[in-house]
Design a protein around this ligand. Structure first.
Ligand code: ATP
Ligand code: ZN
Length: 226
């Protein structure tokens, strides 16, 4: 068990799509911080709620390890790491507490524009490039289709042109990146947005009250934004 703590620690993206909206949501909840020299840790001033600025990929693990109590991360990233844990026989470690209404995107299959799409049976024997191998593998199993998952950490959309895959499974928001790579979206695996994530096991020390208060404030801000 982790030692009792009297401050709450929230991991958010240091830079990238979710960085600014995550910070402004927390600021709208009445939080303010003193920024440290290294700019990785922000000490909470108005409330004992500190920020850790990290890569989004690290957020689920920081929660699982108890380094952070909460995180703001895309559902895509949280679900991928949860699916990977499950596939490795590990217990669930985190849960999504609230959908936050920003960072919306879809995890989609996209195929070369010239393909005629006739449905998932068409995927049998094909190679699919993705940065979301666990979500994709789960989905393929549910669909009962045997395709090969090719894991790539970036530039997934050029894989079909390079010949390293036949099609891709990637995040799509406007569709402009797909179009620029002569790809078209055909199936949605996941509707994503930024979520406030927390550990499966809730804190039972001073942090419990802070967490409840923060959730109430988040709900208030989200309600105002509707
Ligand atoms: P980091 O340096 O933190 O690893 P990153 O490059 O992995 O950053 P971003 O591109 O900033 O991450 O995306 C963060 C999140 O924003 C995604 O995980 C997703 O939830 C969301 N998002 C919304 N629209 C898109 C999109 N069109 N492409 C990618 N991610 C999107
Ligand atoms: Zn990332």
């Amino acid at each position: 068990a982790s030692p009792a703590r009297d401050r709450l620690r929230i991991a958010i993206q240091k830079s990238g799509r979710l960085a600014e909206p995550a910070r402004s949501l927390l600021a709208a909840c009445g939080l303010s911080w003193r920024q440290s020299r290294d700019k990785l840790f922000c000490y909470g001033e108005s409330l004992p709620v500190d920020l850790l600025l990290v890569r989004d990929d690290d957020i689920p693990g920081l929660i699982a390890d108890g380094v952070c109590d909460l995180g703001i991360v895309g559902r895509n990233e949280l679900d991928e790491q949860a699916a990977e844990r499950r596939r490795n026989g590990m217990p669930d470690a985190y849960q999504s507490l609230r959908g936050l209404g920003f960072g919306q995107c879809r995890l989609m299959l996209a195929v070369p524009e010239e393909w005629e799409w006739r449905g998932v049976e068409q995927l049998a024997g094909l190679r699919i490039a993705t940065s979301y191998p666990a979500i994709l593998a789960d989905w393929l199993e549910r669909q009962g289709v045997d395709a090969q998952v090719v894991e790539l950490s970036g530039s997934v959309e050029i894989a079909p042109r390079l010949g390293t895959a036949d099609l891709i499974c990637d995040l799509v928001s406007s569709g402009a990146t797909l179009a620029a790579n002569q790809l078209k979206p055909v199936e949605t695996l996941l509707e994503s947005e930024a979520v406030l994530a927390g550990a499966v096991r809730e804190p039972n020390d001073m942090r419990a009250g802070l967490l409840a208060m923060l959730l109430k404030r988040v709900d208030g801000v989200l309600h105002q934004r509707d």
